[in-house]
Design a protein around this ligand. Structure first.
Ligand code: NAI
Ligand code: PYR
Ligand code: MG
Length: 580
């Protein structure tokens, strides 16, 4: 039947049935009334588009498909893999598993950062659950519409407040939740049909997005304070009510919200903040491997952490706890004194005052009188270079989003006092790295022990040997941490469970066998590594009495391996009463 603009169709399809019908799908053009009538409200981002707007977006994508530059062509590979995932999970995961080292940078950092920044322009089809603060009253209905009848063992959510190093990306949050969930499947074996990824849309303060007519999220300023907390709490309680045993993973919340939310729920529920705890764990493993090379102890290092946000504070907490638990003769106060934190106002010191000193930094704030002899900048702050000169750090970690902040002067000042400096520029994506591995290697005459947050090619030592730069990214460990907690049905995710996972990862570092080797194993081996991490975490949960299972530590290996989903087809038999 020819269609007129005002033609009416009576359609029996609903929910994913209509979204996957090429004949009847309207995507983001479904009106609010249609979304309600066809069970689509939580399945689409907030904005309703016209066909003209959809054509504008599609035409941009069509033009991009012909682009020749590397970043654009990587983005096209990312889109290709997306569409493969929408068609066939086994093929998608099977393909990436076979080319893990090559494709992780395409589905994750750095390319995913570009895909997120352009989410509203690249949008084709929605996956995942979109919960908007503007519709908080219907949250349970929308949640159940996507989850009822499904067993959910993992929920990954983000409010988009601080995605990777690219800041507030509003509704682009759905993509970081999706990417992190996909890595759980790929690297640890979470069954994708039991995972849910969520955008908690509370608005955005990103002016570019707010002004963009194609922006797909709720185009209002970010809601903070009580209303925000109530919205997040409503969501957490919903997950606890309907899926009490599932792991709830928080990703890329802004720093203030990230810590508050984690602290609010960590004692009562299996929640995990990847930027705080996952980054802490992988960095701990990396530094454990590095001190293995320098034949020193964690407690013998002096640490300068540049960027005291979610990642920086997570790293400090994890290292401090590891120092006191591994070197048991070190008190918490002694351990605290080994850390020097530098943020946007310079060294964290008392005189910055409470408005510039974030909650959670109290243990590491320096007394001004210890720093009287050090020159200050025009704002009275103490810059990184001065801190490095005075502290003579053995470990320098960057999680500041400030590209190039580890200048030649900073790196050389560190090297002047430390034969094998441990330099970890962890900011993502690659373009935000605090120092390129190539420069760090050159400025230390090949003596630095280096790892980065995003993948980098090997560097050449002065003797011509190649040095593999490890990728110190939480994705190398969070899938195994979460899988171990899930298999053990752990009530909570404790710091000691995380340390158990980090110790396992550190024990697999190539640098332990060969001091010229990488500080962490490569992503190509991520599945095997995370299986071992998961076993260690499940065993620790049992030992601590957190597990809710009737099997013992010795069974952990079998239990973990038997629960892992892997991309195999199997044989299908037609059965009208079948359960899928
Ligand atoms: N490699 C990994 O596994 C991970 C890396 N990251 C990366 O670390 C970076 C920070 O992430 P989050 O901690 O989540 O963000 P965040 O926003 O919580 O923290 C960033 C911190 O850097 C500080 N900062 C900004 N400008 C600065 C300057 N000029 N000098 C010193 N400090 C400055 C901010 O005040 C803030 O405290 C991002 O690039 C992110 O991609 C984050 C998590 C994991
Ligand atoms: C790796 C990660 O979680 C981040 O950059 O935010
Ligand atoms: Mg993150």
């Amino acid at each position: 039947m020819p269609t007129k603009p005002d033609a009416e169709f009576r359609i029996a399809l609903r929910e994913s049935g209509i979204l996957t019908s090429p004949r009847f799908n309207k995507g983001s053009a479904f009106t609010r009334e249609e979304r309600a009538a066809f069970g689509l409200t939580g399945r689409l981002p907030q904005r309703v588009n016209t066909l003209e707007e959809q054509c504008e977006r599609a035409y941009e994508q069509y033009q991009d498909a012909g682009a020749k530059d590397l970043a654009r062509s990587r983005l096209m590979q990312n889109k290709f893999l997306d569409s493969l995932k929408q068609q066939n999970w086994v093929l998608y995961y099977g393909l990436i598993k076979e080319h893990l080292g090559e494709m992780i940078p395409v589905i994750y950092t750095p390319t995913e950062a570009d895909a997120i920044a352009q989410y509203s322009h690249l949008f084709r089809k929605s996956d995942g659950l979109f919960l908007c603060i503007d519709r908080a009253d219907s949250m349970e209905k929308e949640y159940l519409a996507q989850t009822s009848g499904r067993e959910i063992s993992l929920v990954v959510c983000s409010d988009g407040g601080a995605i990777l190093g690219i800041g507030d990306q509003g509704a682009g949050a759905i993509r970081i939740s999706e990417a992190k969930a996909a890595l759980y499947t790929l690297i640890a074996g979470f069954d994708p049909s039991r995972t849910l990824f969520v955008d908690l849309d509370v608005g955005t303060d990103n002016e570019k997005l707010l002004k963009d007519p194609l922006y797909m999220g709720w185009a209002e300023k970010r809601v903070e304070g009580e209303r925000y907390d109530e919205f997040v709490d409503k969501f957490v309680q919903l997950v606890r009510k309907h899926h009490p045993h599932c792991l709830l993973h928080f990703e890329d919340f802004g720093v203030a919200n990230a810590h508050r939310i984690l602290d609010r729920y960590r004692e009562h529920h299996a929640v995990f903040n990847d930027d705080i705890q996952g980054t802490g764990a992988v960095t701990l493993a990396c530094i454990m491997a590095a001190v293995g090379v320098t034949k020193t102890k964690l407690s013998e290092q002096r640490y300068v952490i540049f960027g005291a946000g979610s990642a920086g504070l997570g790293i400090v907490a994890q290292l401090r706890d590891a120092i006191t638990t591994i070197d048991s003769d070190v008190s918490k106060e002694d351990a605290n004194s080994k850390f020097y934190l530098v943020d946007r106002y310079g060294l964290l010191k008392e005189s910055l005052g409470s408005d510039k000193l974030r909650e959670g930094t109290e243990d590491f704030v320096q007394a001004d009188k210890e720093w009287e002899d050090v020159s200050t900048n025009e704002d009275g702050g103490i810059d990184l270079l001065e801190v490095v000169k005075k502290v003579k750090p053995t470990v320098l970690v960057g999680c500041s989003t400030q590209a190039g902040a580890f200048t030649e002067e900073v790196v050389k000042a560190m090297y002047a006092e430390c034969e094998r400096p441990i330099i970890l520029p962890l900011s993502n994506p690659s373009k935000l790295v605090e120092v390129s591995p190539e420069d760090a290697n050159k400025w230390t005459e090949g003596n630095a022990l280096i790892a980065t947050g995003s993948p980098f090619p090997p560097v050449k030592k002065p003797n011509g040997e190649e040095y593999i730069v490890a990728e110190c990214n939480n994705a190398l460990i969070y899938p195994g941490l979460g899988f171990g907690a899930m298999v053990a049905m752990s009530r909570t995710v404790t710091d000691t469970m995380i340390i158990a996972g980090a110790r396992k990862l550190a024990s697999l570092a190539p640098a332990l066998e060969d001091p010229h080797g990488a500080l962490l194993p490569p992503f190509e081996n991520a599945f095997k590594i995370n299986t071992e991490v998961a076993i260690a975490v499940a065993q620790q949960a049992i030992e601590e009495g957190k597990a809710r299972v009737d099997w013992s530590k010795e069974d952990a290996e079998d239990k973990v391996e038997s629960c892992q989903w892997q991309p195999f087809y199997g044989t299908y038999v037609y059965d009208e009463a079948g359960d899928t």
